[in-house]
Unconditional design. Structure first.
Length: 119
């Protein structure tokens, strides 16, 4: 069973925290700190779920979401941002995101959202 998760988050410390937390919860996790690296990982892997930060140094999470859906329409996605902007949430959902979570994120709550997506 594929339980591979992609995390795209430019805050390296937070990215590592999520990666370790989800790995300890029996997910295979790969991460990237920018869009370019995320797109390379998507070329080489099939992800069941992508957790995408909206604001990245080289593109935004919706750009990555679109590429994810083009290559794997069954993949689930969660958009995250510390800005909690309702317009970003609406745009993400309209582009195919399955959930939107505002920072700061409680890892246990994120895990519940992931379980709710039934990946």
């Amino acid at each position: 069973m594929n339980n591979k998760i992609l995390i795209v988050e430019d805050d390296a410390v937070f990215c590592r925290l999520l990666t370790r937390f989800l790995s300890r919860n029996n997910f295979e996790v790969m991460d990237a700190q920018n869009g370019r690296d995320a797109l390379e990982l998507m070329k080489l892997n099939t992800f069941k779920l992508a957790i995408l930060d909206y604001r990245l140094p080289d593109m935004n999470g919706i750009d990555i979401l679109k590429k994810l859906k083009e290559s794997n329409s069954d993949a689930k996605s969660i958009m995250i941002t510390r800005y909690g902007d309702k317009d970003i949430a609406a745009k993400a959902i309209n582009e195919g995101a399955d959930a939107f979570v505002s920072k700061p994120i409680n890892p246990d709550e994120l895990l519940e959202v992931i379980k709710g997506l039934r990946i």
